[in-house]
Design a protein around this ligand. Structure first.
Ligand code: DGY
Length: 319
């Protein structure tokens, strides 16, 4: 019996992904750059995708008509031309839920670090600005205890963030999104408009996918509505923020601080303005980067692909 042919992008996938696929398929493992992908993709039945590159018409054309299954090892798929995939009748799945905890942990980390001036404190030590006479008002931060936390997008990750922050004795949780959600009610969060959330929240935490609707939704207008003491946290995608507007808001202290796991572009150049802001904490898109989580993501992607190749529904289908 001829085996299915799968192209795995990239060479860094946790070994369980390859092990599972190899039980039923011939697997070619490729580097994640476009040249390597184009060189290896022709004639494959399925694609295991781990790349921030655009998965577009050019790549799909090069793959040819045999390609009928794609699994991305990510929850987000804003870099993937889903319409084109749909048009071609290709089955496509992603890895939601398995990364909720790891990404929520990252959001909490950034919330604490930004509110307690982590970057500025570290710089003060390096620059010999930490003195005995620095005084009782030096580097004061914002409290989570007693605060109002606003979650923009109460999906699996948003809810996991809220549950963690509850332990910090938050006074009130609000959230916004397309609609009020039963899980919001059960948790005890109030559904409000985006405007209201921006106005009343001490912490604004963004947990929405990047879509046409959310593209640059955090812009000058949004930052102007936020409290001067507000902390903004983004663990979703850099594209939901108008970054020049955020830089102005941070420089002019229109908001207190930001904690970002995602930005534009990625990777961020080492001389980028964001890195020069004392009130900005940055991480290089490590939201789901724990050993266990990445293994679960690899496992789910491989199983999505195997199921679809065998004519069964994917465990986590998108289309
Ligand atoms: C995702 O899965 O979308 C994450 O951003 C990857 O770390």
């Amino acid at each position: 019996m001829t085996k299915f042919k799968v192209l795995m992008i990239s060479t860094t996938i946790p070994e369980i992904g390859l092990r599972l696929l190899k039980t039923e398929c011939d697997v070619v493992v490729s580097e994640g750059n476009k040249n390597a992908i184009l060189q290896n993709i022709e004639g494959v039945d399925a694609l295991f995708w781990w790349s921030k590159l655009k998965l577009d018409k050019e790549i799909l054309d090069k793959a040819g008509p045999k390609l009928r299954v794609i699994g991305t090892m990510s929850a987000g798929y804003d870099n993937i031309d889903v319409e084109e995939i749909k048009k071609r009748g290709i089955k496509f799945g992603n890895t939601p839920n398995v990364l909720n905890d790891a990404v929520a942990d990252t959001a909490v980390l950034l919330t604490l670090a930004a509110s307690r001036r982590f970057t500025e404190g570290r710089q003060a030590i390096e620059r010999c600005l930490w003195k005995h006479e620095s005084g009782a008002q030096w580097l004061l931060g914002q409290d989570i205890t007693g605060s109002t936390v606003g979650i923009v997008g109460l999906g699996g990750i948003g809810l996991a963030i809220a549950k963690r922050l509850k332990c910090f004795n938050v006074a009130k949780f609000v959230y916004t999104g397309h609609r009020e959600k039963p899980e919001g009610k059960i948790f005890g969060a109030e559904f409000v408009s985006l405007d209201e959330l921006l106005k009343i929240s001490d912490f604004v935490i963004a947990s929405v996918p990047l879509t046409k609707e959310t593209d640059q939704m955090f812009n000058a207008e949004a930052f102007a509505k936020m409290k001067k003491t507000a902390v903004f946290v983004n663990i979703s995608r850099g594209g939901i923020v108008n970054q020049p507007d955020l830089i102005v808001a941070l420089k002019q202290n229109k908001i207190f601080a930001a904690g970002l796991d995602v930005m534009t572009p990625e990777p961020l150049p080492s001389d980028h303005e964001l890195l020069k802001l004392p009130n900005c904490v940055l991480m290089p898109h490590l939201g789901s980067a724990t050993e266990k989580t990445r293994s679960k993501m690899a496992e789910l992607t491989a199983n999505n692909i195997l199921k679809a190749l065998n004519g069964e529904p994917m465990l986590a289908p998108v289309v």
